[in-house]
Design a protein around this ligand. Sequence first.
Ligand code: GUN
Ligand code: ZN
Length: 429
Amino acid sequence: MIHAFRAELLSVPDDPAHGGIPVHHPDGLMVVEDGLVVAFGAFADLGDRFADVPIEHFPGGMIVPGFVDAHIHYPQTDRIAAHGEQLLQWLDRHIFPEERRFADRAHADAVAAFFLDELLRNGTTSALVFATVHAASVDALFEAALERDMRIVSGKVLMDAGPETLRDTVDSGRVDSEALIRRWRGRGRLGYAVTPRFVLTSSDAQLAAAGALVAQNPDVLMHTHLAENHGEVAAVAERFPKAVDYLAVYDRFGLVTDRSVFAHGIHLDDRALARMAAAGSGIAFCPTSNLFLGSGLFDLVRADRYGVTVGLGSDVGAGTSFSAFATMGEAYKVGQLRGNSLDPFRALYLASTGGARLMGLEDRIGALKVGQEADFVVLDPAATPLLARRTAGASLAERLFALQMLGDDRAVAHCYLQGRRAHSRQDHA
Ligand code: GUN
Ligand code: ZN
């Protein structure tokens, strides 16, 4: 099947921090065949060639790539906005009790369905997702993602040193992970990530087992947390007094590779950043979470200096919004507090291709390049009275920035997966 979409088109395939130029067509045409982009350009250039193809026209709409959330926890959906505490106390008080509920498969199914629909309502078409320690929590998410045909990467959380009744063992963690990898390999658009929660919830033996899983399965990612909070960093240093830093602990167990995605990475010194860049590991910058938990201000410019790959994550439930606009807006504010103003095109890059690169999926998603999967969002830059006023007659950069500061799910008129409509705002349905 071949069909086309006419609207303003915007995509940022290459990092503006390294000279990448946004691709923009004020009146554009994107042609989709069998779920893949086959043409993306000016309507004036393509209209004749595709004159026989049915066209959906969105006057005033702006098509951008579906957002990629590089770090989020689906089981924490119902604990978003939990008051008080920083990381370690917040986990104990709010998060671990919530994650225990995922021993119940029916509960996991219900939350997974809501979670994926909420991503789509916000224009997020792909995500790297924490499940819980329960293997069936991954089955619940993958089954729901398969039904929706979403590109989701997830894994069972390894945490043999976690709190009682929310633990696995070295053996059960390995066996469950291997079974999940086997069960889900090659199905739909799903991928697996070996997911040790963080250093503090795994024994040395489990971290080593995670490293072995990564080495033995070249198609999986490694997904964990790193240097988010001062108390966490101090506890890791106390347990590993000989390690030069937090990253070195992961390194010692074979967990620092070009398939590794570390959430946060706020409190890292130069050595660690240089090592991450050399290894090809990436960081998911999660500004709403970092501000909510008081974790600190991620230094994007410093990560750039070392050439570390960065994407944006919501980190819901510590993150306070499913919206990539909120994430981009708060990333801008974190930059302001650090004396750097994040360029709006760069923010869009980080929320799309940046995340795709972290997940090793930049060939398939993130930029709506010819040959990529047609996962995209039709934005409404006049979604609210204030947005309409602020974007009227404004330049592209101004409109994009206004969306990042003021936008939310209301600015997502439609969300498409492989050229198929997966969500429409209620008044557009
Ligand atoms: N570090 C270990 N577990 C978690 C978690 O669930 N959320 C966040 N933000 N950091 C963590
Ligand atoms: Zn997290």
